[in-house]
Design a protein around this ligand. Structure first.
Ligand code: TYM
Length: 339
């Protein structure tokens, strides 16, 4: 996707993240790191999707602090309210209104086929409708702003396909209204695996490394990471290509050190604990400026409130325009019968 477009206007991108606490390495590598780099080129909107998070059944007593923590993570890694709109989903009620209207064009069968629905629904005896309808709210998030592109990690591919389907179906039923948003997937990063090395890094699986963790806490996490299961003793030869610790080294460790670790691992001359220690130190070092900014923001939550309030006001102005058009197209304007 090239920006600006032929008329010289910056293209708009939208993306969201669930507030399940501080951002983790998967969020950072799959999303935040790229979002920061896009802010000059695109008209950017970054959203904390608290209404999506309730479908995971979070504790209401923790939700406000989780939203604040994620907002601090956003700002600490470099999302910039001078360049982008940063706001909380529930502050702009048009998201849920549009999601409801999209119910009219979304087949239940399509929702039931979503991989994330199949996975998540297994955790329930009685499946909440919110889990099924989750992708409709996501489509509403994106299309409310008529976003041209959505930068996300690889795990969101199917949800973005659904967003394009919703736009297509709506346009076919009610007239050309929404763009077919382009997914901007972090293909080079792929899916960052958790400390268990088996499942996607995800807060709900408790297998994450939080971006803002203190160095000792990073080490407490990295120390537990699964490595090559065939390596039982320290001097057993290892296979870096099957080791998740090595995958993470690619993002945090210089090429020369990586090559050296690769050779030593294969020769069995470095143990996994030493290899993890290097990774842990490099992660903690590269995030040191973020930790510093985060602690300033924790000391000044009023500033965060101002940023999110201002972001919501700017988002709402765009959302209202889209909703006026959508209501009109769908005939949700009974006064027009009177003239
Ligand atoms: P969420 O909150 O799970 O993740 C936010 C972003 O982080 C990326 N990500 C990962 N990338 C690589 N490896 C991982 N282990 C990993 N974990 C998370 C995700 O791909 C995502 O880009 N449904 C969305 C939230 C959402 C949204 C939206 C996104 C709601 N509305 C509109 C984009 C546009 C979700 O649960 O992301």
């Amino acid at each position: 996707m090239t920006s600006p477009d032929s008329s010289g206007k910056k293209k708009r991108i939208f993306s969201g993240m669930q507030p399940s606490g501080e951002a983790h390495l998967g969020n950072y590598l799959g999303a935040l790191r790229r979002w920061v780099g896009m802010q000059d080129e695109y008209d950017c909107i970054w959203c904390i999707v608290d209404q999506h998070a309730i479908t995971a059944g979070g504790d209401p007593a923790e939700t406000p602090a989780n939203v604040l923590d994620l907002a601090i993570s956003f700002l600490a890694v470099g999302l910039d309210p001078e360049k982008a709109i940063i706001f909380v989903q529930s502050d702009v009620s048009e998201h849920t209104e549009l999601a409801w209207l999209f119910n009219a064009v979304t087949p239940v069968g399509d929702l039931e086929r979503m991989t994330q629905f199949k996975d998540k629904s297994q955790r329930f005896d009685s499946i909440p409708a919110g889990i099924l309808n989750y992708p409709i709210l996501q489509a509403a998030d994106i299309l409310l702003y008529k976003a041209d592109g959505v930068p996300v990690g690889e795990d969101q591919k199917q949800h973005l396909e659904m967003t394009r389907d919703v736009a297509r179906k709506f346009n076919a039923a009610y007239g050309e209204t929404f763009p077919e948003t382009e997914p901007l997937i972090a293909e080079d990063v792929g899916r960052i695996m958790g400390l268990d090395g088996e499942s996607k890094m995800s807060k709900s699986l408790d297998n994450t490394i939080p971006v803002l963790a203190a160095p000792d806490d990073v080490w407490a996490k990295v120390r537990t990471a699964t490595t090559d299961p065939q390596r039982v003793r320290r001097d057993d030869p290892g296979r870096p290509e099957v080791c998740n610790v090595f995958t993470l080294h690619k993002f945090f460790t210089g090429d020369a050190t990586q090559a050296d670790l690769d050779t030593q691992c294969r020769a069995g001359t470095i143990g996994c604990v030493d290899c993890k220690r290097i990774l842990s130190d490099n992660i903690a070092d590269s995030f040191a400026p973020f930790r510093e900014r985060a602690s300033e923001l924790h000391a000044n939550p009023e500033r965060v409130r101002e940023i999110l309030d201002d972001g919501a006001a700017r988002a709402r102005a765009i959302a209202r325009e889209t909703m006026a058009e959508v209501r009109d197209r769908m005939g949700l304007d009974w006064r027009s019968a009177i003239g």
